[in-house]
Design a protein around this ligand. Structure first.
Ligand code: SF4
Length: 180
């Protein structure tokens, strides 16, 4: 029997959710036993299978047009989409800049921050020009499971992935209903 395929990607986050995934330690071998781990930021394969995957996992909020493309691509290829971590679920830390708007956030980061050298300017970078308000994934594409936490606990990530890989609906309750 073919194993279900899992792919993941990240957008506007800090990579901490994928680090937490790795923190499940040897249990990752159980995930690999149950599922075929395809394109992810932590595997060599980077592009999700054109034929689709069973489970797509996205870390991070949606912060620019490139992030929007990643979210649409994963949604289009995954039967089940998981939003992993607070940034993905509700915008998290990156969404704090929504209170001041894109221009002010860029000015603060590149011009005013104490760590900048005198005369620093906002870089002329197309990626910065395409910045939008930070949004949760569900504001851009439909999400099937939200897994909160900053980052979600490795036990929670293991539970979610192993249940989905076995065709079951993951339920977060009791000891799993905690996050950092
Ligand atoms: S939820 Fe927390 S750990 Fe995950 S990407 Fe966002 S800031 Fe990083």
């Amino acid at each position: 029997m073919n194993k279900p395929k899992i792919a993941s990607d990240w957008m506007c986050g800090c990579a901490g959710c994928h680090m937490s995934l790795l923190d499940m330690d040897e249990r990752i071998l159980r995930i690999v036993e149950l599922a075929d781990l395809r394109a992810t930021p932590i595997t060599d394969l980077k592009e999700p299978d054109e034929s689709g995957v069973d489970v797509g996992v996205l870390e991070g909020g949606i912060n620019n047009t490139a992030n929007e493309e990643v979210a649409h691509k994963m949604r289009a290829c995954a039967k089940i989409l998981v939003a992993l971590g607070d940034c993905a679920v509700f915008g998290g830390v990156p969404a704090m800049r929504n209170f001041c708007g894109v221009e002010e956030a860029l000015r603060r980061a590149y011009v005013e921050a104490e760590s900048n050298e005198a005369g620093s300017e906002i870089p002329n970078d197309p990626e910065l020009a395409s910045m939008t308000q930070t949004r949760a994934i569900h504001e851009v594409v439909p999400v099937d499971y939200n897994v909160p936490g900053c980052p979600p606990d490795p036990d929670v990530i293991f539970h979610v992935l192993s249940e989905l890989a076995q065709g079951r609906k993951p339920e977060l309750k009791d000891d799993l209903l905690h996050w950092h």
